[in-house]
Design a protein around this ligand. Structure first.
Ligand SMILES: C[S@@+](CC[C@H](N)C(=O)[O-])C[C@H]1O[C@@H](n2cnc3c(N)ncnc32)[C@H](O)[C@@H]1O
Length: 215
C-alpha cells in the first residue's frame, strides 16, 4: 500500500508558505509567464465559466482576461494572502474566490474549463486521481482541463521525489518540497478520471508540461 501524505497537514504547510511569500511572489513568478500563458492559448473561443485551482495572485489570469474579458473565474486557493493580492487585480470584479483546500471545498460548476498552473505538484497519485475525478465532475460536457505544471522526468525520478519528501518533511530544513509526477503517471490519472483526447505539450521550461484533457 502506498504511504499517503497527510493532506490536511500539507495544505496547512502550503497556506503558511504562500501566506509568507505573497508579497514578493510576482517578482519570482513573472519569469514563468510562458508556462501560465499556455493555459489561455490552449482554450477554444467562447470560454466564459472558468475554475482556476491554486490561482494565487492571478498571474495566469492576465492573458486569460486579455482574450476573454467577460469571463467569470472562480479561484480556489488555500492562502488568504495570495487571494488578497489577487483581488487587487484590475479584473477582480470578474473573480469569485474560495479560500480552502482543493480536497475540502466545493468546486461548484459546471465550468467550460478548469485551469491550473504551478499548483498541483504536491500530491500522491491516488490522491491526485481523486482530485482529477472532482475536476471532471465539475466540467460541463465537452469542457476542458488544462494543467501547466512541474513534472518529474520519469517514474524513477517521481519515486525519488517522494522518498526525499518523506525523509525531510519534518526536518524543518526545507520551507517547501515538491513531489511532481512523471508525465506518464499524469496521463494515466487523467484517463482514469474519464478525460479523453489527452495531450501533453512541451513548454518553454524543461521541467514543465501542459496537460490537456476533454470531458
Ligand atoms: C506556486 S503558486 C501558483 C499560483 C498561480 N497559479 C501562478 O502560477 O502564479 C501555488 C498556489 O497553490 C495554492 N495551493 C497549494 N496547495 C493548495 C491546496 N491544497 N489547496 C488550495 N490551494 C493550494 C497556494 O496557496 C498557491 O497560491
Amino acid at each position: 500500500m502506498p504511504e499517503h501524505m497527510d493532506l490536511g497537514k500539507r495544505a496547512l504547510d502550503m497556506k503558511t508558505f504562500f501566506d509568507r511569500k505573497a508579497d514578493g511572489y510576482d517578482d519570482v513568478h513573472l519569469s514563468f509567464m510562458e508556462t501560465k500563458r499556455t493555459l489561455t492559448d490552449g482554450l477554444p473561443d467562447g470560454v466564459s465559466r472558468v475554475l482556476d485551482l491554486g490561482g494565487g495572485t492571478g498571474l495566469e489570469l492576465f492573458p486569460l482576461f486579455a482574450r476573454f474579458p467577460d469571463a467569470a473565474v472562480t479561484v480556489i486557493d488555500v492562502s488568504p494572502n495570495m487571494l488578497d493580492a489577487l483581488m487587487q487585480r484590475p479584473f477582480a470584479d470578474h473573480i469569485r474566490t474560495v479560500c480552502g483546500d482543493f480536497f475540502a471545498v466545493e468546486f461548484g460548476g459546471p465550468y467550460d474549463a478548469v485551469i491550473s498552473t504551478s499548483a498541483l505538484h504536491h500530491f500522491e497519485p491516488d490522491d491526485k486521481r481523486t482530485l482529477y475525478r472532482r475536476i471532471y465532475d465539475c466540467l460541463a460536457p465537452g469542457g476542458l482541463f488544462l494543467n501547466s505544471d512541474k513534472i518529474s522526468d520519469n517514474r524513477q525520478a517521481e519515486a525519488d521525489a517522494f522518498t526525499f519528501y518523506r525523509a525531510h518533511k519534518d526536518s524543518g530544513k526545507y520551507a517547501h518540497l515538491d513531489t511532481p509526477l512523471a508525465p506518464s503517471t499524469e496521463v494515466e490519472l487523467l484517463e482514469d478520471a474519464g478525460f479523453r483526447r489527452i495531450t501533453v505539450t512541451l513548454t518553454d521550461r524543461d521541467n514543465y508540461r501542459l496537460f490537456r484533457g476533454e470531458k
